[in-house]
Structures are given as structure tokens and as C-alpha cells.
Design a protein around this ligand. Sequence first.
Ligand code: SAH
Length: 196
Amino acid sequence: SDVGSQKERVVTEEEWLQKWEMGNIGFHKEQGHPLLQKYLDVLLNGRSGLRIFFPLCGKAVEMKRLADMGHSVVGVEISEQAVKEFFSDHSLPYCEEPVPEISGAKMFQSTSGNISLYCCSIYDLSSSIVGKFDGVWDRGALVAVNPRDRQRYARLMISLVEKNSSYLLVTVSYDPNKHKGPPFYVPESEIKSLFG
Ligand code: SAH
């Protein structure tokens, strides 16, 4: 189908912050995402103690679940409200500290230490700041990125994963002429060219 209709569309960071303020977070799944449940074995591949990345994490409940399984979880989210709601929804104590490499950014870390949520734009991150990951859960992330930023996003994600990592990606299939997004329609051919 014709994806031209969405190509120029931009959702600003301010608009995302407003969605959180207004409670327009229909994307949030209170019970977690059925596809992560279904493909958890593919993500973990029998390994334990993984470093798992949640790009554009919102307050995805699986960050808590994977941490409870002994993995170490890192997320990035532009909305401080979302990050704080994550910790309060799960009654998790946390501490908050600046990120020296990124001006204005804060890192919120569970007191137990295995959940670290960066409150900044994902484009401010690099492997020298967050390290590399064994697994990625990309849901509401690539499809939430503005179409013009997809290449930048994909390059960054590739730079953040270890050689033997698993990357689970959820996309949405629909006619992009009928809905302006997000979530945006990202055709499979584009995913192939972005990630190789
Ligand atoms: N992955 C989550 C949230 C999906 S909605 C889930 O599945 O529930 C997309 C999220 O990305 C929003 O919470 C929004 O605030 C955040 N976001 C948008 N642009 C961002 C950016 N450049 N850097 C970090 N977070 C961003």
C-alpha cells in the first residue's frame, strides 16, 4: 500500500508528554502484551541474567516481570510521568540521578538495582552510556518513531545490541491512508532494509 501519506507526519515530544498528562495512553497494556508472553522463549533462548532493553518503554509492565526473573532491564522514555508511574504502579522504591553525559537527562533506578529507566530522548543514548543488550522488546517503539527518523532509530538500535542478541519487534498492519498514526505502518520491506 501507499505509505506516502504518513511520511511527513511528525509527533513532537511535547505531544507525547501531553498524551501522558491527559491519560491518553490507550497503548498501555495493563496485563502485558500477549506477544511477549508467546515469544518470551525466543527472547531469552534459555539464557539467564540477560540485559534487556525496552526502547520508548512507557510503563510496560514486563519490565517488572523480566526483572523479577533475574534479568536486568533498561528502558528509555521521554515522559518523566510515565517513568514515575511505572515505579508507583508496582510499588517499587527507586532513586533518581542525573546522567552526566546527557544534559537534562535523569536515570531512575529501582533500589534493587535491576531496573534502570532513562528519562530522555532515545536519540541521546549510545552504547558508551547504556552498554549493549542481549535482548530487545520493541513494541510501540519503531512504530511510534516519526517516519523521517526511522533510519536513525534503526542504526542506533543496531549499535546497542550484542552479536548474539534477540530482537522482538511488533508492528501493526493496516491501510496508512485510513489512519494518520502513531502507531505508524512500517511495511516488512522497510524493516528488512532498516535492519538487514
Ligand atoms: N513501548 C510502550 C510505549 C509505547 S508508546 C508500550 O508498549 O506500552 C511510545 C512511547 O514513546 C510513549 O510513552 C512516548 O512518551 C515515548 N517516546 C516518544 N518519543 C520518544 C523519544 N524520542 N525518546 C524516548 N521516548 C519517546
